[in-house]
Design a protein around this ligand. Structure first.
Ligand SMILES: Nc1ncnc2c1ncn2[C@@H]1O[C@H](COP(=O)(O)OP(=O)(O)O)[C@@H](O)[C@H]1O
Ligand SMILES: [Mg+2]
Length: 242
């Protein structure tokens, strides 16, 4: 079942008049199935974050279409102004960043619950869902720890819990292991796999990474080059970092 479909997505920056125009995405076509873990690679500045930002409803494309289909929800956007795609951000897509973006003075529980309350979920329900998500990412014994006192790997797990707590079907991870040691990075990948293969509620993950070893653990690798994404294998992936 296709969860995310992108057709002919283009996006550029700058002005033609002033000769500063840069076409970054030149017609991206991409499908991700429910339960798929997809790694996106490509040299710095090729447009990976731009693509994620558009999928996440933070930036609009110049042309093209995006659809996310999940249960009764069907989001169609791509060129719509970000102020009009609130639904995608609230219920469609969750984010994981390289530097976690947690509130370090708050507990793991409060970091996750706060994100749910912002979505409009009541405090009691938010607390319950936060707990459930933290248990799911393997942090049962760290629920009431202050986030800033957790290890990097644990902080990233809190961020994963926050991203999945609202039952969002798609997770976008922009270099999620960039600040982690090798072992913690591998653990995060293992967690991603678990979440994608959850028999009850499999999510899909699109992950940007510069690490070919992690990329090979995904179901599929994509290489972004010349403004489009194409299927890739491990040999191409090593070429990216050489
Ligand atoms: N808001 C913006 N304004 C102007 N140029 C931008 C903007 N965002 C990204 N770019 C440019 O688009 C290109 C792709 O950037 P980005 O998507 O961040 O690449 P990546 O994530 O692959 O490193 C870069 O040349 C970058 O400078
Ligand atoms: Mg980037």
């Amino acid at each position: 079942m296709t969860l995310l479909e992108i057709r002919g997505l283009k996006r550029g920056f700058g002005s033609k008049t002033f000769n500063t125009r840069l076409e970054v995405l030149k017609g991206v076509n991409l499908k991700i199935k429910q339960g798929e873990l997809v790694a996106l690679m490509g040299p710095s500045g090729c447009g990976k974050s731009t693509l994620l930002n558009i999928i996440g409803g933070l930036l609009r494309g110049d042309s093209g279409e995006i659809s996310i289909t999940h249960g009764e929800n069907d989001y169609k956007y791509g060129t719509i102004n970000p102020s009009k795609v609130v639904d995608v951000r609230r219920n469609g897509v969750g984010w994981i960043f390289q530097d976690f973006h947690l509130l370090e003075q708050l507990t793991a529980q409060d970091n996750v619950a706060l994100a749910l309350e912002i979505k409009g979920i009541g405090k009691k329900e938010a607390d319950r869902k936060a707990r459930e998500a933290l248990i799911k990412v393997g942090l049962k014994d760290r629920i009431d720890f202050v986030a800033g006192q957790l290890s990097g790997g644990q902080q990233q797990r809190v961020a994963v819990a926050r991203a999945i707590a609202g039952s969002r079907p798609l997770l976008l991870a922009d270099e999620p292991t960039g600040n982690l040691d090798v072992k913690s990075g591998e653990d995060i990948l293992a967690l991603f796999k678990e979440l994608c293969t959850d028999p009850m509620n499999p999510i899909s993950i699109l992950m940007v990474t510069h690490d070919p070893m992690l990329a090979t653990k995904a179901d599929r690798m994509l290489l972004m080059k010349d403004g489009i994404t194409a299927a890739s294998n491990i040999k191409d992936a090593w070429g990216v970092i050489e």
